[in-house]
Structures are given as structure tokens and as C-alpha cells.
Design a binder for this molecule. Structure first.
Ligand code: ADP
Length: 320
């Protein structure tokens, strides 16, 4: 605009100072003025638009930075609330466990007759107190484990452990419940497996025990099979073989669409209502433990025929 206007001003100044401009030159000057004015107007318009866009972009950038700050703050708040919740659950569970263990110990001595003989009614009451305390302890242990999963504090302590006797011990632990329900328990152990392997014995027992307990809980007739075998990995890149633990039952089975759900916390299969004392946390904990040990867990099931839970762990052989 300044450039365009400057030309007629210059012409006017020349004329005012007595100099004349020839008509052809005058026409050229008018054309040039109009073109320059048009170009100036276009440039000014673009500059103005660009400025508006830039101002808008700056506004968006500031709003985005604000939103980002708010999000980080909300995330920090949520993380600290989650941490507090985890701490509370862990502390309360710990505090509950100690007195409960004492209650269980004394009730066990009572039912065993160490404080004198009991009549039938007293025996029945003590048995109920014992079973319910045991159930409570299991729930507290599940909650404690679950709170640790949440806080990613799950500890795995691998060590050299005897494989066969560990598996046998766990099978022996569920044998009374198996017999009480009139089921049979089969144990099949692959001779190609080493006698010692490196794994966390406590966690491995916890995983196998939970799978066997579930198999017993959700099976009304037939058998439970614990199969342990060595699995050669086809891929030569993989250095280690795997050890596969399979728990099969002849229970009601889990509908296909619910198979993945059973690993989620507090979820149950519609055909298998939660077992007495079942928190719905067992398989969530099992899955997390298996993954923390570098393994995988899968489930297959046929309605009316039973379910199979398969845990595959990397096999690190211990010295014999
Ligand atoms: P719970 O402590 O209630 O048993 P879990 O997490 O161990 O919880 O299992 C979740 C649900 O998965 C159970 O409530 C049951 O519905 C189903 N489930 C687990 N194991 C079996 C099984 N062997 N056969 C059939 N259903 C099972």
C-alpha cells in the first residue's frame, strides 16, 4: 500500500513543483500504481491472515501445554492414590495375617483335642471356626499378592530346586480334597526332565497349587491330571527347552467366550460359580506370577468335558 501510494504522491509532487509529466507516462504511472496497490493489498491480506493463524496456533500451543500440565498432575495424583491404596491393602493384610495365624493355630489344637476332648456340638463348632479362618487367611493372602502385583513389587527368587519332589508335594497337598470329593488324582512326570531346575520354588508351588485347587473345586466327578513334561523348542536360536505343567480336569468346562475372562480380577465363569472362599483373584495372580517367571499360561476347555490349564516355563537345568 505504501509503495502503491508513493507513486501518485511523487507525481503530484512533481506537478506541484512545476514539472509536467507526458500523458503516456502518466497512464503508465496510474497502471503501475494500481498494480502495486493490488499487490500490496494481497501481501497485506496474507500477512494479516498469517498473523491470525500464528496467534491462533500460539493460543492452541498454550492450551495444549496447560492440558498437558493438568494431565501430568492428574496422573501424579492417580499414581500417588494408587500407591496409597496398595500400601493400605498390604499393611492391613499383614496386620490381619498375624492374629489370624494365631487363631488358626489355637483352633487347630482345639479340634485335635489338645485342650481336652470335645462333645460333637463343640467339635462341629470348632471345625467351622477352623474352615472359615482358613478361608479368611486364603483371601488375605490373595489380597496381599494382588496388592503386590498392582505395585509391581512381585518378587521372584530363583534357586536350584528339585523338580519331581516339588510337584509331588503339591499333589499331596490337594490329595485330601480330591479324595473327599471322590475324584482321582493322576501325576505324570516326564523322565526326560532333569532332577534339579532353577526356579522360585515357593512361586512355582503357589501356581501349581492354585491350578490344582481350582480343578478340584470345579470338578464334580472324574479325575484331575497333573502332567509335567519337557518340551524341546523347535527354534535352534532358542538355547533352552521348556518345562510344561498341565492341569487337566473333567469338570463342567468354561464357555469359549469366557476363557480369557477367567484371568481378569474378580471374574468368574458363568457355568462355574466361585468356589467357597474364591476371591476371583487366584488366576490373575497365577498369570502374573507365571509371566514374572518368564513363562506363559493358556487355558483350553470343552463344555461338559473339562478344562486344561497349561503353564510353560523356560527350563534352566540345575546341577544334579
Ligand atoms: P476363584 O478364587 O473364584 O476360584 P480364580 O481366579 O481362581 O477365582 O478363577 C476365576 C474363575 O474361573 C472361577 O470363579 C471359575 O468360574 C473359573 N475357573 C477357574 N478354574 C476353573 C476350572 N478348572 N474349571 C472351570 N472353571 C474354572
Amino acid at each position: 500500500l505504501v509503495a502503491g501510494l508513493s507513486l501518485p504522491l511523487a507525481v503530484a509532487a512533481l506537478q506541484a513543483s512545476g514539472l509536467t509529466v507526458a500523458p503516456p507516462d502518466w497512464n503508465a504511472a496510474v497502471t503501475a500504481t494500481l498494480m502495486l496497490t493490488a499487490i500490496g493489498a494481497v501481501v497485506a491480506f496474507y500477512a494479516w491472515s498469517l498473523d491470525a493463524v500464528m496467534r491462533e496456533a500460539e493460543g492452541s500451543r498454550v492450551a495444549l501445554a496447560d492440558a498437558n500440565d493438568q494431565l501430568s498432575y492428574a496422573l501424579r495424583e492417580a499414581q500417588s492414590a494408587n500407591h496409597v491404596k496398595t500400601q493400605i491393602v498390604a499393611t492391613v493384610s499383614h496386620e490381619l495375617r498375624t492374629p489370624l495365624t494365631a487363631i488358626l493355630g489355637h483352633t487347630d489344637m482345639l479340634r485335635a483335642g489338645l485342650y481336652g476332648s470335645l462333645n460333637d456340638e463343640q467339635q462341629h463348632a470348632v471345625e467351622r471356626a477352623y474352615t472359615n479362618s482358613e478361608r479368611l487367611l486364603r483371601l488375605i493372602n490373595d489380597l496381599l499378592d494382588f496388592s503386590q502385583l498392582d505395585g509391581s513389587k512381585l518378587s521372584i527368587r530363583p534357586e536350584e530346586m528339585p523338580l519331581y519332589s516339588t510337584v509331588q508335594d503339591v499333589a499331596a497337598m490337594v490329595q485330601p480334597a480330591v479324595a473327599a470329593k471322590g475324584l482321582t488324582l493322576n501325576l505324570s512326570f516326564d523322565q526326560a526332565l532333569p532332577s534339579m531346575m532353577v526356579a522360585d520354588p515357593l512361586r512355582l508351588r503357589q501356581v501349581l497349587l492354585k491350578l490344582l485347587e481350582n480343578a478340584v473345586s470345579y470338578t464334580e466327578s472324574g479325575s484331575i491330571t497333573l502332567l509335567v513334561r519337557r518340551q524341546a523348542l523347535g527354534d535352534p536360536q532358542q538355547q533352552r527347552d521348556a518345562v510344561v505343567f498341565q492341569v487337566r480336569d473333567t469338570g463342567a468346562g468354561i464357555p469359549p467366550r469366557e476363557l480369557a475372562l477367567v484371568f481378569e480380577p474378580f471374574r468368574h465363569s458363568s457355568t462355574n460359580p466361585p468356589a467357597t472362599g474364591g476371591s476371583g483373584l487366584g488366576l490373575t495372580i497365577v498369570q502374573q506370577l507365571v509371566q514374572a517367571m518368564g513363562g506363559t499360561i493358556e487355558v483350553t476347555s470343552f463344555m461338559g468335558y473339562g478344562s486344561t490349564f497349561t503353564v510353560t516355563l523356560p527350563l534352566e537345568e540345575g546341577g544334579d
